[in-house]
Design a protein around this ligand. Structure first.
Ligand SMILES: *Cc1c(COP(=O)(O)O)cnc(C)c1O
Length: 493
């Protein structure tokens, strides 16, 4: 399997090379040249497997130079710390609505599904490509990615990781998760500014030639754990395959009969993986893209025009507060028939004017495959309450957005096919908003809020979050947004 840059298909690499490079040097994203298809009978085989075995089966179809034995070892280690043996269990609230819980990993959000796997893929890729410098991973986070990357890379030989987060832009639980991080190769630093400032600062570090030279002299180079890396998208495909197998096994879907998938979307990585699962032969009928008030994707899917020139909202589902969905570029590449010039045109327009309009062909493909919708914070809160009171099932804000958009779809289309709602975070990660949604407005502050949610609902808080109470804060550095190099110098050079 070869991987091509979405902006220049003459740039072609093997998987291990794309995982080491992260982003293509022309700014494009590495994308598989063609998609493997699950052969007849494969599903029957997969139905009898564990999650780890299913992941190995799917990933090996994309990774020519990795053996099944290697991948089996990675899958065992990546998912052993999860607090569910099923790794990604499906919780059915009724005969047609099924929540795919992707938050049983060490940081309680779906980022763990890929970021627990990426370090194994990256270190193996470094070996396979003969790279023996230390990979210095820089991350800008709005909350979930930073912690998941820290947990994934802590004490991984041959790597160091430094995470920047906006000083007042993450939840208190998220901040504590990061500042108490253990490990000898990790660093965490707050930036005075918002997430955009932080992200811009990290991008500037990546293109700083002087920094590159100094790292080179220390046998090091900069690398990324961002969702543009193919090594982050690939480990997300298996859970869609796994959900289908689980639904078949419990008789919720008949073999070969379609089902819908609804994904709370930010950078478009998660729903892109669902698209890949569909192309591989999983009978997903409609891909439902759910947004919060930052509804740039809803407008795009409905009109065919992408316009990021709009007001930015800070919402109760912060991991979806994003106006540039990077992974959409991969979808455009596939739907344009692999037309790199066309994709380059879209992305040039986006960076120059913040706007582009998809071709007629792409527009038609988009409306065949996708439905898109959004809801605001008030509706999000109402859905949390409704699902909790109606089904005794507690969901987080991001998942609630997806649930609402699924209901919008059902109402608009009359299509009541079984649907998988992708549940991307534990409700305990957003205690504040969840308690307010349940009607508790004067809630506690700090870590004790976790106990309050647990007492109120009789649900069990995830152990990694309750453990925060006794953790020592290790990282207190704060830098100005144009002084992030100071943190880098302190740790990496
Ligand atoms: C990152 C994240 C999302 C958005 O996922 P994308 O792959 O960026 O679309 C949704 N919900 C939660 C809880 C997240 O952490």
């Amino acid at each position: 399997m070869r991987y091509l840059s979405t902006r220049d298909t003459s740039l072609q690499f093997q998987a291990e090379q794309t995982i080491v490079q992260g982003l293509s040097r022309d700014g494009g994203l590495f994308t598989p040249e063609s998609l493997p298809v699950l052969a007849g009978g494969a599903i029957d085989q997969l139905r009898g497997m564990t999650y780890q075995q299913r992941a190995v089966h799917i990933m090996s179809m994309f990774l020519d130079n990795f053996s099944s034995e290697e991948l089996t070892g990675y899958a065992q280690k990546a998912y052993e710390g999860f607090d569910s043996d099923a790794v990604a269990p499906v919780y059915s609230v009724d005969g047609k609505t099924h929540f795919l819980e992707l938050w049983h990993g060490p940081t309680c959000a779906f980022k763990d599904m890929a970021l627990q796997m990426l370090p194994y893929l990256l270190t193996a890729s470094l070996k396979k490509t003969g790279e023996n410098k230390t990979a210095c991973i820089l991350v800008a986070t709005s909350g979930d990615t930073g912690k998941a990357a820290l947990e994934g890379f802590k004490d991984v030989p041959g790597t160091k990781i430094l995470v920047f987060y906006p000083k007042d832009g993450v939840s208190q639980i998220q901040q504590l998760q990061m500042t108490t991080q253990e490990g000898g190769n990790v660093g965490v630093c707050a930036v005075v500014g918002n997430f955009d400032d932080t992200q811009t600062g990290v991008k500037a570090l990546f293109s700083d030639p002087e920094l590159r030279e100094r790292l080179e002299a220390k046998q090091s180079f900069l690398s990324s754990a961002n969702s543009i890396n193919w090594g982050r998208v690939l480990p997300q495909i298996p859970y869609y395959v796994s959900a289908y197998c689980d639904l078949l096994n419990r008789g919720a879907v008949e073999p070969g009969k379609p089902f819908n998938v609804c994904v709370p979307t930010g950078n478009f990585g998660n729903i892109l993986s669902a698209y890949y699962a569909k192309q591989m032969g999983i009978p997903i009928s409609r891909l439902i893209c759910a947004s919060n008030s930052n509804n740039v994707l809803t407008d795009f899917f409905r009109s065919g025009s992408y316009d990021k020139n709009r007001r930015f909202f800070t919402t109760t589902s912060p991991s979806m507060d994003i106006l540039i969905s990077s992974n959409l570029e991969r979808l455009l590449f596939h739907l344009s028939g692999g037309n790199d010039a066309e994709v380059r045109g879209y992305m040039d327009n986006l960076s120059k004017t913040g706007f582009y309009t998809a071709s007629q062909t792409v527009k038609e493909a988009l409306s065949d495959l996708f439905y898109a919708g959004y809801c605001d914070d008030t509706v999000t809160a109402r859905r949390i309450k409704e699902v909790y009171e109606g089904n005794g099932y507690l969901i987080d804000t991001h998942t609630a957005v997806a649930y609402d958009v699924l209901e919008q779809y059902r109402r608009d289309s009359g299509d009541n096919t079984a649907a998988v709602v992708v549940s991307t975070a534990s409700p305990y990660k957003f205690c504040d908003s969840v308690l307010s949604a349940l009607g508790v407005l004067d809630h506690e502050r700090g870590v004790s809020i976790i106990g309050q949610l647990s007492d109120l609902t009789g649900t069990k808080a995830p152990a990694p979050l309750t453990a925060l109470r006794d953790k020592e804060v290790r990282f207190t550095q704060v830098v100005e947004k144009d002084d992030m190099i100071r943190a880098v110098n302190g740790m990496l050079t």
